[in-house]
Design a protein around this ligand. Structure first.
Ligand code: GH3
Ligand code: MG
Ligand code: MG
Ligand code: MG
Length: 336
């Protein structure tokens, strides 16, 4: 009743070392293997369902047990569903194979590992089950220890998959954020500006931009060194990020220059957000390991007229910033 030699479920796609071959003892599945994993069991035979449920609970799983495919599908359509599924093939209504198909068709950000329970051990049926989207199968009646081992294999796949998702998210973050300040990177800021301007055109709303530049920042580096300069940059970035509205974006445009993109923004909004940013940086000295350092920013802002290209807007904000610098720094100038 065991799977044929050479049978490898999803494992063929992701190389996983055979831990038993490496001489590592795989513990028997018993109650000492506490796990907080949740499992969905869909099984129409009440005795078998109860048996499965109590054994899985003994192993530490949180179990949701349902009596047919329809109930299982109701649950699986909810946003938060278990990643480990044990589905009986033969059930009234929606059977295990149809459930597999539906689960695989559904767009989901996390993979669900499906162990199919079947009374069939005909090769063709097994192929049908795997083709429908099952990752593995067990032919009834099965050894309970084998069930435990197969669930552990499923959990290994799921945790690898979680690691991959996490790695992809980390890479995405690194590619779009500045490593020193955690703000959006220059490239991502341009993309955000372009899409925000497009959104503004569709919504008949203006977008505001602020060019924010630290005043006499070179003096900080010259007086205290670059590491202290970095600390000041980080704290100034944090203050700027906190002073804008929750739906605005702030990016690091250059060395000590920042770009804030303010969606749905009137000239009055622009002025008030810019003043908040200016005050947030200037209101108290920035404390560093080298002592407290006073810092101020100059800000140039513009509000987009519909359809003005992003580069023209940036250059208008840049000229406003230079006006702010020329007229004494620590101030906001709104250009047109
Ligand atoms: P202004 O008021 O006219 O803007 O004067 P400023 O000194 O702020 O401007 P300037 O362009 O002369 O100097 C900017 C300095 O910012 C020079 C550069 O070394 C420093 N800088 C740029 N990026 C970083 C960084 O990541 N860390 C540190 N510590 N310094 C940086
Ligand atoms: Mg059944
Ligand atoms: Mg500067
Ligand atoms: Mg500058």
């Amino acid at each position: 009743m065991s799977p044929g030699i050479g049978y490898q479920p999803i494992l063929w796609r992701i190389p996983i070392p055979n831990i038993e071959q490496q001489g590592i003892v795989v513990p028997r599945c018993d109650s000492s293997q506490a796990t907080s994993e949740t499992i969905l069991v869909a099984e129409d035979d009440p005795i078998f369902r109860k048996l499965l449920q109590s054994r899985l609970q003994k192993w530490g799983y949180r179990v949701t047990a349902v009596k047919d495919g329809g109930e299982a599908w109701e649950l699986l359509r909810k946003p938060e569903t278990p990643d480990l599924l044990i589905l009986d093939w033969m059930m009234p209504g929606i059977d295990g194979i149809e459930l597999c198909r539906r689960i695989r068709e559904k767009q989901r950000d996390r993979y669900q590992y499906i162990l199919l329970l079947t009374g069939k051990d005909d090769k063709e049926d097994i192929v049908k089950g795997l083709n429908a989207g099952a990752d593995d199968y067990l032919t009834k009646p099965f050894d309970i220890g084998e069930l435990g081992a197969r669930l552990r294999a499923g959990k290994r796949i799921l945790s690898l998959q979680q690691e991959l998702i996490q790695a992809r998210e980390d890479l995405r973050f690194q590619a779009t954020h500045d490593s020193l300040t955690g703000l959006w990177s220059r490239g991502a800021s341009f993309d955000l500006l372009a899409s925000e301007l497009q959104r503004g055109i569709r919504a008949h709303a203006a977008t505001g931009i602020l060019m924010i530049d630290l005043d006499h920042f070179k003096n900080v580096n010259d007086t205290y060194g670059h590491l202290t300069g970095d600390a000041v940059l980080r704290e100034a970035s944090r203050r700027i990020g906190q002073a804008v509205r929750s739906y605005d974006f702030v990016g690091r445009y250059g060395g000590e220059e920042f770009l804030a993109i303010l969606s749905k923004c009137t000239t009055d909004d622009l002025r008030s957000v810019a003043e908040r940013v200016r005050c947030a940086v200037a209101e108290s000295p920035i404390s560093t390991s080298a002592g407290s350092i006073d810092m101020t920013v100059s800000i140039g802002g513009v509000v987009s007229a519909q359809g003005v290209p992003d580069l023209e807007l940036l250059s208008a904000a840049d000229s406003a910033l230079y006006d702010a610098k020329r007229s004494g720094r620590n101030r906001v100038v709104v250009g047109s």
